[in-house]
Write a protein of this length. Structure first.
Length: 182
């Protein structure tokens, strides 16, 4: 009969619903597990999540700081590059100006050297001209004395007479050639 009583009792209940004592003990176990989970597991889980969130936020902050530093370094690099370019342009301009100055100095020196060489040549030319004129005067004087001696018929061998005659002749030649040069 005991089996019949259990079967009759079970026949009045819904087979899908458990017995009420099972529901009560399951609820007590669930509350105990939920309390332990809430008391011990959730704080550790929360701490772990908070720690991880802090690490992530710290990583993000570090990344932002690194990105800001990189942007600053890029700006410094660009500024240094611009300074280097302007310095290179200035050096190039200075070198160009210095080159032009060197060329101008060399041109000036060449002109001075050319003027000096021309002056020296002119001095040498004047000296040679004076020497040639002196030699020609002497030769011309001897020829003139010989011709004059032949024309006059007397000997102009006397040195003093010869010089006087030659000097008179050359003075007359200078006076005649002076107006012709003008």
């Amino acid at each position: 009969m005991a089996i019949d009583a259990v079967l009759a009792e079970e026949a009045g209940q819904n087979p899908l619903l458990p017995a009420s004592y099972d529901i009560i003990w399951s609820l007590v176990c669930f509350i105990a597990i939920a309390f332990l989970f809430w008391k011990f597991v959730m704080p550790r889980f929360s701490a772990l999540l908070d720690e991880r969130a802090e690490k992530i936020e710290g990583g993000i902050a570090k990344a932002e700081a690194a990105q800001a530093e990189a942007a600053q370094m890029l700006e410094q690099y660009k500024a240094q590059l611009a300074d280097a370019r302007s310095e290179a342009a200035r050096i190039r301009d200075d070198a160009r100006a210095e080159g032009e100055q060197i060329v101008e100095d060399m041109r000036q020196r060449a002109q001075e050297e050319s003027a000096r060489i021309l002056a020296q040549g002119q001095v040498q030319l004047d000296a040679q001209r004076a020497q040639i004129v002196t030699e020609l005067r002497g030769d011309l004087g001897r020829i003139a004395v010989d011709l004059a001696g032949r024309v006059v018929g007397e000997s102009l061998e006397d040195e003093a007479r010869q010089r006087g005659t030659v000097d008179r002749f050359l003075d007359e030649l200078d006076s005649v050639s002076a107006p012709a040069k003008s």
